[in-house]
Ligand binder design. Structure first.
Ligand code: UD1
Length: 367
């Protein structure tokens, strides 16, 4: 790209997008020649799932809110496309940046690519190999549509090369989620939220579950809640519940059946405060696998695959079959404190957002 004035549009919609946008928005704000326009699709809309992140992470307010809300995949993806297309056409940006692997990501990428606008994918190249995950479909399609593939790890770049994507599109920039963590950690530590919840540092297990494969089937969800109830007899368990999970629990009458302390979804700083002080994290989230690895906290991921294998190989993450006995056995074995100090992973260093912006604005390999 030339150095004259340019417009970059970022499209975000769901909770994990916001943490990825924050460092890119911060780095773009330092470039006088860039007009950065943020579009929020409205995929997530609750205060704690959306607006709280913009405030805590100092992300500028979106210029457009598409207000699509919840719905089936086809409905949500289609509505984002319908509503983003005229905005994208009239803004005519040089690049549309999309983040992660949610429905908002692939919908915006499709619109931009069909308008002949170059797409930049932040967090390109992750692969679980599990085509039953909606996110895997979103990742593969978004990467195929993208002119700039910003990868968080070398293995993500290798995945893209294996799919025969051109090497000159791939830029190994590092992990934008870790940028946000590094930036926010001092404020999160000051919160010491666990104390306010009546438990001490490293004296509790933090749980999050929201994947359809774990929460949509009442039998599977009941089995996992039963494991957590047993665990809670021996240690404090803190479980901020995603709206999807809460809905499934209520619909199946599981909320009353199991005696577990449930919390509402938490904004970013509160969640990071709990992650940083947890003895163990049990999750099915993608981002938490990375955050726990960076912080050196044992993490059990209740899935059979991960798109972030580096967190198992070089970090503190371990895949565990989402079954009652397997979860309890793994929790028992990992209950001996922070046995795995964080090893530094290449370019998980707080500078990924700057590398992305340097690549976009200077055409330079900043690294
Ligand atoms: C989405 C992403 C997932 C990501 C997760 C993070 C896709 C396909 N999935 O899953 O990759 O890990 O976000 O949170 O994009 N709801 C509310 N309030 C909200 C948002 C959702 O109550 O602000 C409820 C709605 O009933 C909705 C359900 O949660 O139907 C699921 O929301 P949705 O955005 O469809 O998928 P997530 O499970 O959040």
């Amino acid at each position: 790209m030339s150095i004259e004035h340019r417009r970059i549009v970022s499209v975000v919609g769901a909770r994990p997008n916001f943490m990825k946008l924050a460092p890119v928005a911060r780095a773009l704000a330092t470039r006088a020649v860039v007009d950065h326009v943020i579009v929020h699709t409205g995929q997530h809309y609750d205060l704690a799932m959306s607006r709280a992140f913009f405030g805590q992470l100092s992300i500028p307010a979106p210029a457009f809110d598409l207000g699509v809300g919840s719905g089936s995949h086809g409905h949500q993806t289609g509505l984002i496309m319908q509503r983003f297309e005229p905005i994208c056409a009239s803004l005519a940006p040089d690049v549309v940046l999309v983040y992660g692997d949610v429905n908002s990501t692939v919908a915006a990428a499709l619109v931009a690519a069909k308008l002949g606008i170059r797409v930049g994918h932040v967090e390109a190249g992750l692969r679980s190999g599990d085509w039953s995950m909606p996110e895997e479909i979103n990742r593969v399609l978004t990467d195929r549509l993208s002119a700039f593939l910003f990868t968080p790890s070398r293995e993500a770049g290798e995945n893209l090369l294996r799919e025969r994507l051109p090497s000159d599109r791939i830029q190994f920039v590092g992990n934008v989620m870790i940028d946000t963590l590094v930036h926010a950690l001092p404020a999160a530590r000051q919160l010491a939220l666990c104390r306010a919840l009546g438990v001490g540092e490293q004296e509790f297990v933090l749980v999050t579950l929201h994947r359809p494969s774990n929460v949509d089937d009442p039998l599977r969800l009941g089995e996992l809640l039963s494991a957590l109830e047993t665990l809670a007899k021996h240690t404090s368990v803190l479980f901020p519940v995603h709206p999807r999970t809460r809905q499934r629990m209520v619909a199946a009458g599981l909320e009353q059946e199991y005696r577990i302390r449930l919390l509402d979804p938490l904004p970013y700083l509160e969640m990071l405060s709990l992650v940083a002080d947890a003895r163990l994290v049990i999750t099915d989230s993608g981002g938490l696998q990375e955050e726990t690895t960076f912080l050196g906290i044992p993490c059990l991921t209740l899935r059979s695959t991960t798109e972030r294998p580096i967190t198992c190989r070089e970090g503190t993450n371990r895949l565990v079959e989402p079954r009652r006995d397997a979860v309890l056995a793994a929790a028992r074995n990992s209950g001996r404190g922070r046995a795995n100090p964080a090893r530094s992973i290449e370019r998980w260093d707080g500078c990924a957002g700057q590398r992305i912006v340097a690549a976009l604005c200077d055409g330079a390999d900043f690294c």
